[in-house]
Design a binder for this molecule. Structure first.
Ligand code: 13P
Length: 257
């Protein structure tokens, strides 16, 4: 049985004070949903404040990005060693990083390696653009993204990563694939790629999340799918009630509550 995961990616939203309020408003109900791995990914500036609030709970903290080098002359970057001071997870290769900041499958590969070297769990984002979808390239693109991201991993390391399938056209748009379509990519592309490269056992262990316009009303449909192990939530994770409702839906669908 794979433990479900729901991670909230706050993206570039809010001050430290606003982060404190948001966490305060979700902390109690989130603590009651311990069958789901719950991860909060605030901006870097709020990591310390949120880490302090999560201390003594089993709610985890994630960063939204990092550099791959341990330290060095990389002005404006944050290293895995710095992230690991506060966080246990790190989002790698989000489509907004790929689109606006030149991240490639190759930089994702380096970051995944660095995350594992610093005992961070990478949440690796993959997904096709609308153009790729319309030209029938979804499977090829996602397969290649998974393969390159994990190129430096042993089967044991691969079994510990989290993969988030986030179709780019579904992010922040209110559009989503059907749960069945998402599940097909999870099973026939992501798990199949993992099985071919690392073996069936690893493919069965990896948590594969769906991301892209996940809201309380559509979350149960995604979580009812056998190969969808949770969600990476953007906009709805900024609303404490909505985020808790999505975590609760995961707990109910996966039988941990
Ligand atoms: P939305 O839930 O706002 O579509 O964002 C998804 C996402 O990019 C999470 O990483």
């Amino acid at each position: 049985m794979r433990t479900p995961v729901v991670a909230g990616n706050w993206k570039m939203h809010g001050t430290v004070e606003e982060a404190r309020h948001r966490v305060w408003d979700m902390l109690q109900p989130l603590q009651e949903l311990s069958g789901v791995e719950r991860v909060i990914c605030p901006p870097f500036t709020a990591l310390l404040a949120v880490a302090n609030m999560l201390m003594g709970t089993d709610i985890r903290l994630g960063a939204q990005n990092m550099h791959w080098a341990t330290e060095g002359a990389f002005t404006g970057e944050i290293s895995p060693r710095m992230v690991a001071e506060f966080a246990q997870y790190v989002i790698v290769g989000h489509s907004e990083r790929r689109k606006f900041f030149g991240e490639t499958d190759e930089t994702v590969r380096k970051k995944v390696r660095a995350a594992l070297d610093h005992d961070l769990t990478p949440i690796i984002c993959v997904g096709e653009t609308i153009g790729e979808r319309e030209t029938g390239l979804t499977d090829r693109v996602v397969h290649q993204q998974v393969l390159t991201a994990l190129a430096d991993c042993s089967p044991e390391e691969a079994s510990r990563v989290i993969i988030a399938y986030e179709p780019v056209w579904a992010i922040g748009t209110g559009l989503t694939p059907t749960p069945e379509e998402a599940n097909r990519v999870h099973r026939e592309v992501i798990r199949a790629t993992l099985a071919a490269r690392f073996g069936e056992a690893t493919a069965r262990q990896v948590r594969v999340l769906y991301g892209g316009s996940v809201k309380p009303h559509n979350a149960p449909g995604f979580f009812a799918q056998p190969d969808i192990d949770g969600a990476l939530v953007g906009g709805a994770s900024l609303d404490p009630q909505a985020f808790v409702a999505i975590v609760r839906a995961a707990a109910e669908a996966k039988g941990t509550k």
